[in-house]
Write a protein that binds this ligand. Sequence first.
Ligand SMILES: NC(=O)c1ccc[n+]([C@@H]2O[C@H](COP(=O)([O-])OP(=O)(O)OC[C@H]3O[C@@H](n4cnc5c(N)ncnc54)[C@H](OP(=O)(O)O)[C@@H]3O)[C@@H](O)[C@H]2O)c1
Length: 322
Amino acid sequence: MFAVAAVSQSTSDPLSGLHVGELADPQVPHDWVSVEVVASALNHHDLWSLKGVGLPADRLPMILGCDAAGHDADGKEVIVYPVIASPCWSGDLTMDPRRSLLSEVYPGTLAERVSVPAGNLVPKPDGLSWEQAACLPTAWLTAYRMLFTNAGVSPGDTVLVQGAGGGVATAAIQLGAAAGLRVWATSRDAGKREYAGTLGAAAVFETGARLPERVDAVLETVGAATWSHSVNALRPGGTIVISGATSGDAPTKAELTKIFFKQLRVIGSTMGTKEELARLARFVAERGIEPQIDSVLPLAEARAGFEKLAAGEVVGKVVFRS
Ligand SMILES: NC(=O)c1ccc[n+]([C@@H]2O[C@H](COP(=O)([O-])OP(=O)(O)OC[C@H]3O[C@@H](n4cnc5c(N)ncnc54)[C@H](OP(=O)(O)O)[C@@H]3O)[C@@H](O)[C@H]2O)c1
């Protein structure tokens, strides 16, 4: 079938290992269900896989992609939940130490078809387009859990989102604003700062800029480059929720003294549960939120989307139509 896959890995030239074309149908567990993919979306995770992070070379070739929406075998419109539990796990899949994401152990979503356990499908609300639905399973779900499960904030509180242009960050801005939070955002890029304002950010700042007041929570996905700023931006007792480290996971200063002196909470966050994905989809549909889509490309032109993401030029999500 037609698919986008990692066939080799390189930290310096990750796109050299990208295959876009026909691939033999992969082996999947016989009791899984198949989804005909209508739309899929790109994540930074796919670039990490091409760099050899989180995907051992002995699993290549591997079909990439965590996000998809499509039709199940009965023709129902579904969103794919991409977290795969280990065999004996029950409960919150994000707590399963041996869980995987689609494209880590089992073939991913950037293909004509994807297979998952029957329990990994969520109904696609009628109000969502295929492209919008395809944005939700990874970046939007991660932002939802960061904001509403882990940040401990209430409407009216101020939340700082670092790296405004990113997939998780744009989702957090849109979700936070829709839920009545005062969202502030930082970006290195003037155009992305302006855009964050149109997505609902109440104020935007250059990366690292001094803020007019301390915030209740910070959402971190940038990592090393913004860590000190995140710690400094918080009020005493505030919360950093961290789900990624695009710029590296070894900040020059760990800021341990400030963390204990200000009694900050540092909360790790990863993906979300299937129930959170279902609630997110309903929230987005019922509030009429339009997920920020950078571009929609035919799957056959996936390489252009990867190039844009690798160059840091994306604002929101890159979506593919099968
Ligand atoms: N734990 C999870 O479940 C989970 C889920 C999704 C994503 N993630 C991780 O979260 C991170 C973000 O994912 P994403 O899909 O949102 O990625 P993305 O769309 O590529 O966004 C990354 C953003 O980080 C900012 N950035 C990158 N390098 C920077 C630097 N040196 N200094 C300042 N800002 C920098 C950029 O913002 P500006 O250009 O606006 O400054 C960029 O838009 C990735 O590392 C990803 O692996 C984790």
